[in-house]
Design a protein around this ligand. Structure first.
Ligand code: OXD
Length: 327
């Protein structure tokens, strides 16, 4: 029977239902490098359950029989090495599972800013009644950088709220959800128009450090940056400096260069910053949804049928038209 190795823990445990698989595959759940070193040789399938785990990348030499790797996450950056990309091992991810949940988080973050809720929470803690006027979301412009399933769902949710959504993808083209998508090369021209800049692109060589000092300067002083992609998309030092200098008005960040965000990091104490502990996607039931998605693909693989959500290893995401082309 083919051997499946599941790596890491999420939500404090192994994939729910892993024990169900016993009759068609041999399953091993490993938590550390020693266990993986022992189990990886001979394994045909690897489930990277903890999408942050770099263990497979570290032990790639031992993956002598692996045919397929599934990452139980949207981002495959921790797993996808150049050697993996060059190999003929298939890679799939959790495409689709998080679209709605992240879209709702992003809308929540935008409302927190528009309705000045960070300040309201702070005033409430101090028992202070202070009437203020707030902003409307309607009529604002959101620049969504990344037009995969998640970016697309953000556009679908924001449209009915009256937000003008501008999408950025790998190339310029008409699009059913965004109206028109603009190429990533147009980013500098689009940034000065945006009230909200939302980052949902995967972290790849092309997108690392996408938002640095120069691009932060292009944003409006009233604009807010929302990052639900990966910390590495933003130069955090430049961001802190831009916030301190009032070059942008705020940031809502779910992802960071170092996670957990170190206690001494200046972002923690900035009143115009919302720090969220990498949970924008994680709705109640996410672990079961992730496990079920893998089990469904495993059935396909065992039956010799094509897998769903195949990542293009050169691009680092699941491509496809029109709804699956992040950037
Ligand atoms: C992911 C995440 O799945 O960041 O990539 O949650």
């Amino acid at each position: 029977m083919p051997k499946v190795v599941a790596i890491g823990e999420m939500g404090g445990g192994a994939p729910p239902g892993l024990d169900r698989l016993g009759d068609r595959v041999v399953v091993r759940h490993v938590k550390d490098i020693e266990e993986l070193e022992r189990e990886l040789p001979g394994a045909a399938v690897v489930l990277v359950w903890d999408f942050r785990s770099t263990l497979l990348r570290e032990l790639w030499d031992r993956a002598d029989s692996v045919r397929w790797v599934h990452v139980a996450g949207a981002g495959v950056d921790a797993v996808l090495s150049a050697r993996f990309a060059e190999s003929d091992v298939m890679l799939t991810n959790a495409h689709g599972v998080f679209d709605r949940s992240i879209a709702e988080t992003v809308v929540g973050m935008m409302l927190v800013f528009a309705k000045d809720m960070l300040r309201t929470f702070e005033l409430q803690r101090r028992r202070t009644w202070l009437h203020r006027e707030t902003e409307m979301l309607a009529g604002r412009t959101a620049l969504v950088v990344g037009a995969g399933g998640i970016g697309r769902e953000i556009a679908r949710v924001l449209g009915p709220l009256g937000v003008d959504v501008v999408g950025v993808a790998s190339s310029e083209r008409p699009d059913p959800d965004f109206g028109r998508l603009y190429a990533i090369e147009s980013l500098d021209r689009l940034l000065p128009r945006a009230d909200f800049v939302v980052l949902v692109v995967p972290l790849t060589d092309r997108t690392r450090g996408l938002v640095g000092e120069a691009r932060l300067r292009l944003m409006k002083p009233t604009a807010r940056l929302i990052n639900v992609g990966r910390g590495g998309l933003v130069d955090e030092r430049a961001l802190v400096a831009a916030l301190e200098a009032g070059e942008i008005a705020g940031a809502a960040l779910d992802v960071f260069e170092d996670e957990p965000l170190p206690e001494s990091h200046p972002l923690w104490s900035m009143p115009q910053v919302l720090v969220s502990p990498h949970m924008s996607a994680d709705f109640k039931g996410w672990l079961e949804a992730l496990a079920d998605q893998f089990f469904e693909n495993l059935e396909l693989w065992l039956d010799g049928r094509p897998l769903k959500n195949l990542v293009d290893k050169r691009l680092g995401y699941v491509p496809g038209a029109p709804e699956k082309d992040p950037a």
